[in-house]
Design a protein around this ligand. Structure first.
Ligand SMILES: [Ca+2]
Length: 219
């Protein structure tokens, strides 16, 4: 398996697709609605997960549903999914099951989202803009699959594809980070983004379609 991964990465590097860069101070802009614009994030290790923490910052004025973070495996398209049903209503999926966290409406401000999940208890803890939105439980005892396509900008309904323009993200996203353990989210309120699986300061990624990188507008 390791050989395959290394081989795959080498192949991608040779074909010039994968970039690795320090994205500190920068954001991905998804300037138009489409079913073609997205960024694939390549984790620093491929491993199954019994715990994880995901953080990101985003700005959008969308009022329709949209995806923020889509982690799909061959067997489960919503292995990990952060999806906004409508402003202030965050759906969080693990292993195709979901819980919803509701927040007060503040639709035109950038949002800082952190969510952690722990298999032993099934507890998902959700923080928005440095404040807790509570804890809910799902998929107790589950293990998240290792071989994944991790995509921002689009929502996967199959492994690495089956996008819908009407679920695409239009706006800006920055400081996306993923850890293979539960990080105390109270400590993340300041905006830490050096995940050990996805590290914004050493981000391996592949851009597809109309995606632009620019200095971030918000903190
Ligand atoms: Ca899906």
């Amino acid at each position: 398996m390791a050989k395959l991964i290394v081989g795959g990465l080498l192949l991608s590097v040779l074909s010039g697709c994968v970039s690795q860069s320090d994205m500190k101070g920068k954001a991905f802009i998804f300037p138009q609605e489409s079913a073609t614009a997205y960024v694939s994030l390549i984790p620093q290790a491929r491993k199954s997960l019994q715990n994880f923490t995901l953080c990101l910052k985003a700005f959008t004025d969308l009022t329709r549903p949209y995806s923020l973070f889509s982690y799909s495996t061959r067997t489960k398209d919503n292995e990990i999914l952060l999806f906004v049903q409508k402003a202030g209503e965050y759906m969080f999926y693990v292993g195709n099951s979901e819980v919803t966290f509701k927040a007060p409406l503040n639709p035109y401000a950038p949002t800082h989202i952190c969510v952690s999940w722990e298999s032993a208890s099934g507890i998902a803890e959700f923080w928005l803009d440095g404040k807790p939105l509570g804890r809910k439980g799902l998929r107790k005892g589950y293990t998240v699959g290792a071989e994944a396509k991790i995509i921002i900008g689009q929502e996967q309904d199959s492994f690495g594809g089956h996008f819908e323009a009407k679920q695409s993200f239009v706006g800006e996203m920055w400081e996306v980070s993923l850890w293979d353990h539960v990080v105390p989210l109270r400590e993340m309120a300041g905006g830490c983004y050096i995940g050990n699986l996805i590290n914004w300061q050493a981000l391996a990624f592949e851009e597809n379609g109309y995606v632009v990188t620019k200095p971030k507008l918000w903190a």
